[in-house]
Design a binder for this molecule. Structure first.
Ligand code: PLP
Length: 373
């Protein structure tokens, strides 16, 4: 079996599983007694570790229930804490940001979307020159892997005094992140993308301007994320991040080499392949379009041959819809359904790539027959 959907989720690292098991019995870190102090010390250490690994202060680290929640808290919370009603974002954001921005628009926000090139990069940052309540831009796109000009966006937003939120869910654990040096207001990450547990998000949030809380409740996590914190999950997240950062350079070059080989082989064996992924891109991503192919058939046929992959776009109840990312890039209608995202990770082997190379031509041919029906 070849698992090639690491951008969706990556298997938990042994270190994270062990750390989780070790602290699973901890009690409430808010408790004012010995067991509470013990749990609180474990949580404080996890917070310090995450802060150190991402170039933040411990107080800036907020543990949430997912990357989606971290994005919601930042975008909604910064909007709510500002007197302005303007929002800047991009049309290629993950739904965690895009749907949040759309919800703000329904409530009266004026949204400006940054334009996107056919290669999947935001091109013109001038919308950031006018002050806004919040600007939200992803660091790397989850479908194509395209790395966005986040440093330039940070500088432009700083210049106009606009708080910038960065969705770094696909980047944390894969590329170096220095929150302080980047100078953005908030940054979201998700543990399950770098070998931590699912159901844990990280929001890095400067002290000021700080997002207003979205949930009401207790004062945990600076009052930004009320609810008793899952100490074991936080510790497992820190353990996974430590390992991911330590391996980062070697993993990136190993994975990029396999990915490049895969792209070359697919292009040479499948007629009329369009490679969507353009540089600069994450080393893990290979996104293809096979014009005329049926996307659901592609995924199902690959599955029958032991290859687990996806189209990369959010699917509702397992049914693929045309990707809003590809639409924003101006991809022709005919190419929208035959999309395939193969994403590699630390468990990916040469055998996985060989299996895809053996099967892909026949799978695409059959998916094209299904697409012509
Ligand atoms: N943002 C991006 C870019 C993502 O790729 C994802 C997950 O696919 C998310 C946000 C949501 O993260 P989570 O699954 O932790 O809610």
């Amino acid at each position: 079996m070849a698992y090639l959907d690491h951008a969706a989720t990556s298997p938990m690292r042994r270190s994270a599983i062990d750390t989780w098991a070790r602290y699973a019995g901890e009690l409430n870190p808010g408790g004012q007694y010995a067991s509470g102090r013990r749990a609180s010390a474990v949580l404080a250490q996890a917070r310090e570790d995450v802060a150190e690994l991402l170039g933040a202060d411990p107080v800036e680290v907020v543990f949430t229930g997912s990357g989606t929640e971290a994005n919601n808290l930042a975008v909604r919370g910064l909007y709510r804490s500002s007197p302005l009603d303007r929002v800047v974002s991009s049309p290629i954001e993950h739904p965690a940001v895009l749907e949040t921005v759309k919800a703000l628009a329904v409530d009266g926000a004026q949204v400006d979307y940054l334009p996107v090139s056919p290669q999947g990069f935001v091109t013109d940052l001038s919308a950031l020159d006018t002050p806004a309540a919040v600007a939200a831009l992803m660091w790397a796109n989850n479908e194509t892997g395209a790395i966005q000009p986040i440093e330039q966006a940070a500088a432009r937003a700083q210049e106009s005094g606009t708080p910038l939120h960065v969705d770094a869910v696909q980047v944390v654990g894969k590329l170096p992140v220095d929150f302080r040096a980047l100078g953005v207001t908030t940054l979201a990450a998700s543990a399950h993308k770098f070998g931590g547990p699912r159901g844990v998000g990280i929001l890095l949030a400067k002290r000021s301007p700080a997002p207003a809380p979205v949930l009401t409740g207790g004062g945990q996590e600076r009052g930004l994320r009320p609810g008793t914190v899952d100490v074991a999950a936080a510790a497992a997240t820190a353990a996974a991040l430590r390992e991911a950062v330590a391996e980062m350079e070697d993993a990136a070059s190993r994975v990029a080499a396999l990915r490049d080989e895969l792209v070359r082989a697919v292009v040479s064996t499948v007629p009329d392949t369009v490679v969507t992924t353009a540089e600069p891109a994450l080393p893990s991503h290979a996104h293809f379009r096979f014009p005329g192919a049926n996307g659901d058939a592609l995924i199902m046929l690959l599955d029958t041959r032991g290859i687990e992959a996806s189209t990369g776009s959010a699917c509702a109840a397992g049914v693929n819809r045309a990707s809003h990312v590809l639409e924003a890039m101006g991809v022709p209608e005919r190419e929208l359904s035959g999309a395939l995202r193969l994403t590699l990770g630390r468990t990916t082997t040469r055998e996985d790539i060989d299996l895809v190379v053996r099967e892909i031509a026949d799978v695409v041919e059959r998916a094209r027959v299904a697409g012509s029906l």
